[in-house]
Design a protein around this ligand. Structure first.
Ligand code: MN
Ligand code: MN
Length: 310
């Protein structure tokens, strides 16, 4: 099987059935390296819903995605066999049933030795993915987390699991190693100063937008940690960007990163063993001119490039 995007000369980019990067649709058992899939669930959202529609929209926007990374001088679809495996089954009215489905879907991919990128969904979808990874690799993940929010918040409306608490559960369940964790793009306002207690307690490295902009970007990029052979996971909440660059999201916070800054950070991250990643919190109904979905396409592209480096 050829894992190449459909030719834009044979089928112009606005035509054909929409898959991620115009790649072939495959079954999990096929011989590709990296699976792209949708995780269409937004039942963990506390404010504006709509992330359930992201995978469809990002597939459409990715029609314009191309395979050669200019800065990295890399043709990613020659280096890696990448396939769209469709969407993970979800239950729109049950977070717990959706968690079981995401965890077993991810476990199946891991059993077949696949790397993957999930396109959510709200940020609650990350936790069952990390549970599957921890069970498979039997070690805590190194964890790169882009977000405006810490996502270490307490239960809401009596519910432990929602899109703002996944990072706390990931640490408390021992799925990720807080010493090998970085949160990038964080900014206030917070509900209260106590919101910072969790990251202080676990000594989690937090790169706020203030820190990114403190001197110049180059200095910040040099300060980024490197990620060794430890299985590493990257979760990209699109609200790390300023709403000017990513308006289509559920919980927008002003004063965020630009799309160019996130590109530079993604290119500078040295990750030896990126086993998986996700792109979450894109809410197409709040988007304009597909700005946010286009950011999402590029984030998936950068993650694929990271996966092909080693
Ligand atoms: Mn988040
Ligand atoms: Mn967020």
């Amino acid at each position: 099987m050829e894992y190449k995007p459909l030719s834009g000369r044979e089928f112009p980019r606005y035509s054909a059935i929409k898959t991620f990067f115009r790649l072939p649709i495959s079954e999990i058992k096929a011989d590709f390296d990296v699976a792209l899939f949708g995780a269409p669930f937004d039942g963990g959202t506390s404010y504006r819903p709509g992330a359930r529609f992201a995978a469809t929209k990002v597939r459409e926007a990715s029609s314009l995605g191309r395979g050669f990374h200019m800065t990295r001088a890399l043709q990613v679809f020659e280096k890696l066999k990448v396939a769209d495996i469709g969407d993970c089954p979800t239950v729109p009215i049950s977070l717990s049933q959706t968690y079981s489905k995401i965890e077993s879907f991810t476990s199946l991919l891991l059993k077949k030795k696949k790397r993957f990128i999930a396109c959510g969904g709200d940020h609650s979808i990350t936790l069952p993915i990390l549970r599957a990874l921890k069970k498979h690799h039997k070690t805590k993940m190194a964890f790169i987390h882009f977000d405006a929010h810490l996502d270490t918040y307490p239960a809401a409306w009596g519910c432990e699991f929602h899109h703002g608490s996944f990072a706390r559960h990931a640490v408390e369940e021992g799925l990720v190693d807080p010493k090998k964790m970085i949160q990038i793009g964080i900014r206030g306002p917070l509900a209260a100063g106590e919101d910072l207690d969790f990251i202080k307690k676990h000594k989690i490295r937090v790169a706020t937008v203030d820190e990114v902009r403190k001197t110049n970007l180059q200095d910040f990029l040099k300060s980024l940690p490197t990620f060794d052979e430890t299985p590493t996971y990257l979760s990209f909440d699109v609200d790390c960007l300023d709403p000017a660059y990513a308006p289509g999201t559920g919980t927008p916070v002003i004063g965020g990163l630009t799309s160019y800054e996130t590109q530079r950070i993604l290119r500078a991250l040295k990750v030896k063993n990126l086993v998986g990643g996700d792109l979450v919190e894109i809410s197409p109904p709040y988007d304009h001119a597909d700005i946010t979905s286009l950011v999402g396409v590029d984030v998936m592209f950068e993650m694929l490039c990271m996966m092909s480096r080693y």
